[in-house]
Structures are given as structure tokens and as C-alpha cells.
Design a binder for this molecule. Structure first.
Ligand SMILES: [Zn+2]
Length: 638
């Protein structure tokens, strides 16, 4: 059910490009796939270590056969009591069977379930600050939650097994403390599989020991890791090693590919090398430089950012860039609650755009315009996720991914490049956040410190607030060159009455002259006056696509070059909207567009009045096609 469609196969088998090819469907595909993850419906929130202990280390022994949906093994967890501790509570699916729990080599009492909880009663109270360990031995058939936490399929007739735990699926296949805010400080995994298979894992491969017809692959990871970022995949992988130049030396880039896709995989990894160098330069050292970055292939149409070893369904540049970006945003610094998932996904999406900006700039404006069009295709929705129990909302491509990415882009516009990148590097390197978790307030604090700005209003409008502005720009220029501009806006959602933003306008004159003026728009219907040394022919709103806005209208009034404008009344309207023109116009046709740009009324006659009584309340644009061109004006239906 998740085999690649023909188009994607064609993309996956295309020769490697020196620059990443623009992939217009990649974002939607990533979001579609990520939203299909298992979702048992548990809301986790941020905070200090809960349950009275802090995870320090895990040593996992797993026996897996990709042809069989089954796991057996043991997990030894080292932890420090943060308060006097009588019992250790771990997350583990009730579908699995715990055969023993041992502490100091002796069995200890436990109860398993209901509610996927494993409660281990310690033989004696552990004092606060004390480090200790216990080992859980278990086996069974992992449950099928969502469609990815523990999957067995095949490729080219060969069995493949993979895990994909985000957001709540870790307990489906191993006992852990599944809490975003308690990363395991380091871990070793020993994965025993039938001879002929390789196991992909987190960290550095320490070796493979063959015993009889089985081989045990040992992966060692010496960085803090959240349980949902732990991944294992098993099949007859063919391995490729390359190196990416980064500030601290050469980074091992490891590829575990299906043999039948080996060449595509190597080309994909080669194409990613400049992006690794780019992100390393922009956002500081690759976070896991002492180990590696890698890809392991699985049967998805998207990817998953398992720490140091992303699982990818193919080798599309935008997906590879997205999962790589997560190593900084998501893995090194993880959202502290799923409600703030944009701290992972908004950044990963934005960084895939930055790869276009720096490495394939022809696609950069197309990419931004595509995001804005998607974001403004509906009037509401916040970046902040108000309902993490709603799978479609949590992994919403429009809100968590795309709006999150464009909100980051607008923060760059507000802060300027220097403060923006400095603030992000400080956020990533903050000892309280690095290799830990962060909140949106942490991000805001670092950007404010770097820029000197108060971003409270911005985050209220764009993070918790909903919707976007639609601007009307009315401008004129007199014979002496004095330019007057009036900026007004209507908003698409009542949660925000006005979006305060610096607004760029590009003024074009004869002979290829142009200049861009940034207006600090702080109130609605604000007037600006300045001088331009050339006669302005036309004005372009937000020429470089810094802002989320839609249905913007630019109108010239007065002046020698101004054409006629359409004037509406009454506005707001209830039953009828009437109009006339500032100069004689030969009117061909009239239509009314709703807030999403969809035509809702037409009038091909010469009448200058329309019945709007049946329109839903909201904002509309009246568009007149006349002999002199297109004229637009905005009105509100009450
Ligand atoms: Zn992602």
C-alpha cells in the first residue's frame, strides 16, 4: 500500500543533479506521510523529568527477522532517582509479554498493564540522586497502531522491517520512558538478524558478530536521544560511505539502500553533500559530528528523521534536505510538547527552502509562492496545535509545516539576516536547550535577544492567532516626485484584527529604474509620504515574498499616469453593492471574488450595482474588467 507511484519512481531513478531539483509535491508528500503515524491519543506536555527518575542510558538487545512480525529481547535502563523512588514506570504496549525484570541480577516484581504501562516495584526505596539500573526481558507481536511504528513488508521480494515511532509509538516495540523531555543520554543497540541482513541504527556501527546463521549488529550512540527518534530497519541493505566537508572535518555520510536502488541512493546522498555543508555553515556544527549522518531506505513515500539515520522512501532532494534539517531542528533541539511540533516541522520545511535559496535559487521564489498559496487557501488555523489528539491537525501540512516555515521566514524579515541567524545559533547552542527540548517562548527569547525587538505581538498574531492579511495599497505621485501611499488591510480570521508588519513595496519607473521601500505598517489605513527621483509607472506589493498575504490590491489614484479606479458604496454592504468610477470607464464585465479568490457573483451587463444579500458575511473583492484594464476594490459584506 505504500509502494512508490510511477511518477515518484521516475523521480527516484533520475540521475543525480548538481543542484537539488525543485519538487513541488515534496512538502505535501512529507506531511501526508508523517500525519499517518501511529496516534493512540495521548497528550504529552513539557516540564522537568516526571515519574521520579531521569533516564541516563539504555542498552537494547533485539532479535528481529524481517520476514516475521515479532520482537524479542531485553532493554537495560540506567536512571537516576530525582526523588525517593519506590517504583519505576515505563511505557510498553500491553500486546507484548514481559518475561522477567531483573535488578542487580535478581528478579523484581512488576505489573504490566492496563494502559500500556509497566510498573516495576523496586526492592528498596532508591534515594534521590542515586543511579541504578534494571533489565526488562520481553517478546511478542508489536501492535499495529497507525501504520508505521513497527512494520514488515518487502522490496523486490525481499522482506524488510522498520520502526517509526513518532509521535507515540515507541512503546509498541520497546520498554522506554516515552517522554519528550527526558532524553536518554546515550545508548547501545545490539540487533540480531538472520545472516544476509543488515540492521540500520542510530550512531556509529561498532561491528557485526556472526554466530551460526545469525549476525548481531552493534550500534553505539553517545548523544542524548528521545525515544521517538530511535529507529531500527532490517533488510539486505547495500552500504555506501561518502564524506561531507563540515567545519569540524569530514562527516561520514552512510547510505543503507535496497540493492535494486543502490545507484539512485548513492546519487541522492552525493546530491545532499552541499546541503550538509550549507546547514553546518548556517546553523552551527552538524550536531552529531562525532558519529555520522545516514539514510536507510524503507517503503514510505516520505522520510523520518531518526537521529543520525533518517529513514527515507526515496531520494528526492527536498525530502532528503527536510530530514537532514531535522538533525538540528527536531533532534538536537526537540519540541518540548507535541502542541509545538512546528519547532521541528516548520524549521525542517524552512531549511529545505533555504537549500533552494543557496543552491538552486531559481526555485526559491516558486517555493515561497507555493507555500503562501497553500497557507492562504483557507481563512483560519494557527501554527500552534490546539488539539494534538487530532492527527490531521498535528501533522497539518498547511499549518504545522508550511505556515510554520513562512512564520520563520517573516521572523527573518523582521530581525534581518544577521540577528536572525545569530538568534537561531544561540537557540541551538543554548545549554538549556541543546540536546534537550525547547518551547516557542525559548525561540522567541533568543530572537528577541539577538534583534533587540519585542516579538510578543508578532507571536500573538502569527503563532497563536489565525489567518492572514489582505492588503489594499493606494498610491499616487505628484509632478514633483512626492509619493503618497495608504496601506490598509482586512484579516481573514477574527482572532487577529490587524497584522503589524514592515511592508515592502517595489516602485518601477521608466528605463528599468526601480526601488524598494519598506513601510513600517503599525495601524490600519496608514499613510506614508516620501520622495522618489523618478516617475513611478507601477508598484509591486511584497516583490520578494516575505509576507503571508493574499488577494492584495494595488491601486493608483490621481497623478498624470493614473487610470480610473472603482469606488464602492455602501461599504460595508448588506443588500446591494454599488459602484462608480473616478473617470469614464467602458465596463465589460464584473465579478465578485470571495476571500479565497473564488468567483461568487458575475455580472456581464452594464449595471453598476449587484445584489449581495445572499453572500455570507466576510470580505470580498469586486473586480471590473473594463476597456482600460482590470480594476479591483475590496468590500465587506455584513
Ligand atoms: Zn519533518
Amino acid at each position: 500500500m505504500r509502494h512508490l507511484p510511477a511518477l515518484l519512481l521516475a523521480l527516484a531513478t533520475a540521475p543525480a543533479l548538481a543542484q537539488p531539483a525543485y519538487d513541488r509535491d515534496a512538502i505535501g508528500r512529507i506531511a501526508e506521510r508523517e500525519k499517518c503515524r501511529p496516534f493512540p491519543g495521548v497528550l504529552r506536555s513539557g516540564g522537568p523529568p516526571v515519574r521520579g527518575f531521569d533516564m541516563k542510558y539504555a542498552r537494547c538487545h533485539w532479535t528481529l527477522d524481517p520476514a516475521v512480525r515479532h520482537i524479542s529481547g531485553s532493554v537495560t535502563s540506567w536512571f537516576t532517582a530525582t526523588a525517593p523512588l519506590d517504583a519505576v514506570v515505563l511505557d510498553l504496549s500491553d500486546s507484548l509479554q514481559v518475561t522477567a525484570v531483573q535488578m542487580h541480577g535478581a528478579p523484581v516484581a512488576f505489573s504490566h498493564g492496563p494502559g500500556d504501562l509497566l510498573t516495576i516495584n523496586l526492592p528498596a526505596t532508591l534515594p534521590a540522586g542515586q543511579l541504578d539500573s534494571l533489565t526488562v526481558t520481553y517478546q511478542g507481536q508489536p501492535p499495529t497502531t497507525g501504520f508505521g511504528s513497527f512494520a514488515t513488508e518487502s522490496h523486490a521480494g525481499v522482506p524488510v522491517l522498520w520502526t517509526l515511532s513518532e509521535p507515540y509509538g515507541s512503546k509498541d516495540w520497546w520498554p522506554c520512558k516515552d517522554d519528550l523531555n527526558d532524553k536518554i543520554d546515550s545508548m547501545d543497540t545490539y540487533v540480531t538478524v538472520p545472516l544476509g541482513n543488515r540492521a540500520a541504527g542510530n550512531g556509529l556501527l561498532m561491528g557485526g558478530d556472526t554466530t551460526g546463521n545469525q549476525v548481531t549488529w552493534h550500534w553505539r550512540h553517545r548523544y542524548p536521544i528521545d525515544p521517538y527518534l530511535v529507529g531500527v530497519a532490517v533488510t539486505n541493505y547495500q552500504v555506501n560511505e561518502q564524506y561531507a566537508p563540515i567545519a569540524t572535518g569530514d562527516l561520514l555520510v552512510l547510505t543503507y539502500a535496497y540493492p535494486e536502488n543502490y545507484n539512485d541512493a548513492v546519487n541522492g546522498a552525493t546530491g545532499l553533500l552541499p546541503t550538509i555543508t550549507l546547514y553546518d555553515q548556517l546553523f552551527g556544527d552538524y550536531p552529531f559530528a562525532r558519529e555520522k549522518y545516514g539514510h536507510a531506505q524503507f517503503n514510505w513515500g516520505g522520510g523520518m528523521e531518526h537521529q543520525t539515520m533518517s529513514f527515507v522512501g526515496g531520494y528526492w532532494p527536498e525530502v532528503l534536505n527536510h530530514e537532514l534539517a531535522h538533525q538540528w531542528f527536531g533532534d538536537k533541539v526537540t519540541c518540548s510538547s507535541w502542541a509545538e511540533l512546528w519547532l521541528n516541522e516548520g524549521f525542517a520545511t524552512y531549511l529545505s527552502g533555504l537549500a533552494y535559496e543557496h543552491l538552486a535559487p531559481v526555485y526559491w521564489p516558486i517555493w515561497k509562492r507555493g507555500l503562501v498559496n497553500n497557507i492562504t487557501s483557507q481563512p483560519g488555523g494557527s501554527v500552534f496545535c490546539t488539539d494534538t489528539l487530532d492527527q490531521n491537525r498535528l501533522f497539518s501540512g498547511r499549518l504545522t509545516y508550511n505556515k510554520g516555515a513562512m512564520v520563520i521566514h517573516m521572523l527573518r524579515w523582521l530581525c534581518g539576516d544577521s540577528a536572525f541567524y545569530a538568534g537561531l545559533r544561540n537557540y541551538l547552542d543554548d545549554p538549556a536547550l541543546a540536546y534537550r527540548t525547547a518551547t516557542t517562548a525559548d525561540l522567541q527569547g533568543h530572537l528577541e535577544a539577538a534583534s533587540g525587538l519585542d516579538l510578543t505581538g508578532f507571536f500573538a498574531d502569527w503563532y497563536t492567532g489565525e489567518g492572514y492579511p489582505s492588503y489594499t495599497t493606494v498610491w499616487s505621485q505628484d509632478a514633483a516626485g512626492a509619493v503618497a501611499v495608504n496601506l490598509s488591510q482586512v484579516t481573514s480570521h477574527p482572532s487577529v484584527s490587524f497584522f503589524a508588519l514592515p511592508v515592502p513595496l517595489k516602485f518601477f519607473g521608466p528605463g528599468g529604474q526601480d526601488t524598494t521601500v519598506v513601510l513600517n505598517n503599525t495601524v490600519n489605513s496608514q499613510s506614508f509620504n516620501f520622495h522618489l527621483p523618478f516617475t513611478v509607472d507601477s508598484v509591486q506589493f511584497d516583490p520578494e515574498i516575505w509576507l503571508i498575504s493574499a488577494q492584495d490590491v494595488v491601486t493608483q489614484v490621481g497623478g498624470p499616469g493614473a487610470g480610473p479606479v472603482v469606488l464602492l458604496h455602501p461599504n460595508p454592504a448588506t443588500d446591494r453593492i454599488n459602484w462608480h468610477f473616478s473617470a469614464p470607464v467602458q465596463q465589460h464585465s464584473v465579478r465578485v471574488l470571495d476571500a479565497l479568490g473564488r468567483p461568487v457573483l458575475h455580472n456581464s451587463a452594464g449595471a453598476q450595482s449587484l445584489d449581495v444579500s445572499k453572500l455570507a458575511p466576510g470580505q470580498y473583492v469586486l473586480e471590473v474588467q473594463g476597456k482600460q484594464g482590470l480594476m479591483r476594490a475590496r468590500f465587506v459584506k455584513q
